[in-house]
Write a protein that binds this ligand. Structure first.
Ligand code: ZN
Length: 230
């Protein structure tokens, strides 16, 4: 039932899983939920054994901390640290520690637009909250999976806006999502995410909405009444 390629190749939110299994204490099968909806925390990598250019990305002034700092400023939510990890793209735990995959960075680490979008998606999980007023103990699998997709859609929606605000583009992320989609086994449908077309549409729409909001604000501030007051 669990799509192996998907769970390996896409960032899954242990943070969210933790919240949901806490909220549903009396379900009694929280382990099963974990297996169905997510993955365990990734295995940390030994920094001293990484290629220097990959290790440098995790350093204080490295690209990951730089992007994380911007996201922290945007959201007033600070991450704890960034941990080099194996067999993941990126995920965040319930203490706001970020895990970023070294294999992913070896392949895509030079694409800063992509790194920004990936981290922004994780930030989306960091700031999201579980829907209130749900009877967590009595949700069906379908309802749980629907909530899981909503959570991912929220993270993508936040990512689109944040990418714009940080001055990056969403194109790299869109190409990346399409690449992941091609690697997926079509016989194993993915229940955790909306389909790729929907995810791309969410990213684009939220990026454009933020762009529009800024343009509108600019127009208002540049209107003659403001200029004349100066
Ligand atoms: Zn996610």
């Amino acid at each position: 039932m669990v799509d192996k390629i998907d769970s390996k190749m896409t960032g899954l939110p242990p943070l969210w899983l933790n919240r949901i299994t806490t909220a549903s204490k009396n379900i009694g099968n929280s382990e099963e939920i974990r297996k169905l909806l997510g993955e365990p925390i990734p295995r940390p990598a030994d920094l001293s054994r990484l290629k220097p250019e990959i290790a440098a990305m995790f350093a204080g002034g490295g690209v990951l901390e730089r992007i994380a700092k911007k996201l922290g400023q945007l959201t007033k939510r600070k991450h704890k640290k960034i941990i080099a990890s194996h067999n993941t793209i990126a995920c965040v735990d319930d203490e706001n520690a970020l895990y970023v995959g070294v294999e992913f960075l070896e392949k895509f680490g030079e694409d800063e637009d992509l790194l920004a979008a990936i981290l922004a998606h994780e930030w989306g999980h960091m700031i999201s909250e579980l829907p209130k007023g749900k009877d967590w103990a009595h949700l069906t699998w379908d309802e749980l999976l629907e909530l899981r997709r909503e959570e991912e859609a929220y993270a993508d929606g936040f990512a689109g806006r944040a990418v714009y605000m940080m001055g990056y583009q969403t194109d790299s992320m869109i190409v990346f999502l399409k690449k992941l989609n091609r690697k997926r086994n079509p016989k194993l449908p993915c229940h955790k995410y909306h389909n790729t077309a929907t995810r791309v549409a969410i990213l684009k729409a939220s990026f454009e909405a933020q762009e529009k909001a800024f343009e509108t604000a600019e127009k208002i501030f540049r209107a003659p009444k403001f200029i004349n007051q100066g």
